[in-house]
Design a protein around this ligand. Structure first.
Ligand code: ACO
Length: 328
């Protein structure tokens, strides 16, 4: 029997910081309001000219180094992103592979907004368990600053740029394998979080540009309520299915959208603050990159050790949601 094991984690955190004080200069807001409503204090912004593939390749490089495998051993690259370098082609995964010096490898993107990394993990697991691939590089890479309307005070302060990556490898040892992943969606909620223009529905036009329709639009309050409900029930279902309690989890790594969402889910599940990884104060919401960036942060802080049981929980545009339970 072949199992999939989560081998390593890496991230790239762009050095440029945009603080809440910087937003006070461009929109009608305050550090106090943003901190109270979201817990966000600052976020990272990629350099001009840098694209998601540049951030993703850097994160991938670190994940490969930490997995102690050679690049030649990677036989699949998956990139989760909704801010691809190019709208249609080539995929960001192809560009990341090329930047890593991999020119003869299967590579494709996964689009599931903030749940993208959990979706990519699920796809990697399926490829490995089927015996088709042995070492998969999964990347969550986002340059949200490219799709934000910096005059829209209801969205622009929430998001940031960055990337995280992991190596998922085949193993015969069940005790070190990914235990379970659940991914789901409901497209009936398409209007809650959307970039309405620039795709085949509303192709790029003067109207799309003038109305900033290629930028993110979000019904924040409705999304907030659904996020708390879905994330909580998703974790409960996962734990019950495997006869586990929150005592069995060493690290809960939720999608980093809003500290109030993380807190509400943690309280509903009776998860202690020590077990919950929080980086939303430092990086804001980096969508598909948020979970691997948070895991990398906890790893570099020395909190995550080999053999720990980790639970991911994500929610995002689509709507999409998903959770993953694994040993590190
Ligand atoms: N500064 C100051 N005031 C503001 C700002 C701002 N930046 N933005 C909105 N307000 C005002 C509103 O105009 C409103 O004023 P009013 O009462 O006079 O009408 C008031 O603040 C409250 O607005 P709400 O939208 O109700 O604020 P809420 O408490 O819901 O917080 C927020 C907004 C932070 C966006 C929250 O709803 C949220 O985090 N939602 C979830 C987002 C999320 O989880 N997304 C998930 C995935 S994202 C993805 O997939 C890409």
């Amino acid at each position: 029997m072949i199992y999939a094991a989560f081998r390593s984690i890496g991230a790239y955190i762009p050095p440029k910081i945009m603080s809440n004080a910087d937003f006070e200069k461009i929109i009608d807001t305050s550090d106090e309001w943003i901190t109270k409503r979201t817990g966000i204090k600052e976020r990272r912004i990629a350099n001009e000219g840098e694209a998601s593939s540049d951030l993703g390749a850097r994160a991938g490089e670190l994940a490969i180094e930490r997995a102690a495998i050679s690049k030649e051993e990677i036989d699949l690259v998956i990139c989760a992103t909704v801010t691809p370098d190019f709208l249609c082609m080539p995929s960001t995964a192809c560009l990341i592979a090329a930047k890593l010096g991999l020119s003869n490898v299967m590579a494709f993107d996964v689009s599931a907004a903030c749940t993208g990394f959990v979706y990519a993990l699920n796809v990697a697991k399926a490829f490995i368990e089927s015996g088709m691939k042995k070492n998969v590089l999964i990347v969550g890479a986002e340059k949200y600053s490219a799709i934000l309307d910096y005059t829209d005070r209801t969205t622009c302060f929430l998001f940031g740029d960055g990337a995280g990556a992991a190596i998922i490898s085949a193993t015969n040892d069940k005790s070190e394998s990914i235990i379970d992943i659940n991914c789901s969606s409901d497209g009936n909620y398409e209007d809650l979080i959307k970039t309405p223009g620039g795709g085949s529905k509303n192709p790029c036009s003067q109207e799309v540009l003038e109305n900033k329709m290629a930028c993110i639009k979000m019904k924040g309050n409705e999304t907030f309520k659904l996020a708390v409900k879905t994330l909580t029930s998703d974790v409960k279902t996962m734990l019950e299915k495997h006869n586990l309690t929150n005592e069995d989890i060493n690290h809960f790594i939720p999608h980093q959208a809003n500290y109030r969402i993380i807190k509400a889910v943690g309280e509903a599940l009776d998860l202690s603050d020590e077990k919950t990884v929080v980086t939303v104060d430092k990086y804001g919401n980096t969508s598909a990159a948020s979970i691997p960036m948070a895991m990398n942060y906890a790893f570099e802080q020395g909190k995550i050790k080999a053999g720990d049981t980790i639970l991911f929980d994500a929610f995002g545009g689509g709507l999409t949601w998903g959770s993953a339970l694994f040993k590190f």
